[in-house]
Design a protein around this ligand. Sequence first.
Ligand code: PRT
Ligand code: MG
Length: 217
Amino acid sequence: MRETVNIALSKGRILEEGLPLLARAGVVPVEDPLTSRRLVLETNRPGVKITVIRAQDVPTYVQFGAADLGVAGKDVLMEYDGDGLCELLDLGIARCKLMVAEPASLASHDDPRAWTRLRIATKYPRTTRRHFAAKGIQTDIIKLYGSMELAPLVGLSDRIVDLVSTGKTLRANGLVEVEHIADISAWLVANRAALKMKRAAMKDVIDRLQEAVGHNA
Ligand code: PRT
Ligand code: MG
């Protein structure tokens, strides 16, 4: 029986930037995932399937073997609390930065070296706590699921930790970057057990992606 390889992708920019990369690797879905309502798509390669899910769910699918491979932002991987996942390859797509930002009015007289305790709104509580704990700074964290940029405007928090790409969203909300936490890009991750049990089929897809990323650089 042919081994199947199921690749989990998320539906936003990872799909938009990931599909051309997969195409260069010779993996093309038979239906357009941007318009199809089907969540599992066959591809031109027999046995290779693409599953489209929420970004935050990719590590869970891969850890539990519901997907053999997955494409997830480093931000999501840093925040994920689980094992059985293998980070294989930096795909170099969906690049951005994880930053601390605050209102420009506050930043004009704020010095990050003087921080001792911060109230921060973020989608990334674990990463945020870990980053500041390593510097001996205590944090009161307010977990949000989106629109972090709104928090300082409505007095939820002074500062936010969020992804920044062009910086337009921050600027539009009167915020400025005050500290860099990490450079972010999407990674190829694999289920550790599947890597052993479906070695040949997985290796074929991984090698092709590695080639495609190389050509990208
Ligand atoms: O449901 P959700 O949107 O969370 O996920 P999804 O399933 O739609 O996932 P998808 O494919 O959109 O992937 C999200 C991943 O893309 C993140 O985990 C990051 O790794 C990556 N990425 C890269 C970004 C950005 N750039 C980005 N700019 N994710 C989000 N943003 C947001 C940011 O949070 C902020 O609100 O864009 C805004 C800032 O953009 P600028 O250009 O104004 O600075
Ligand atoms: Mg999205």
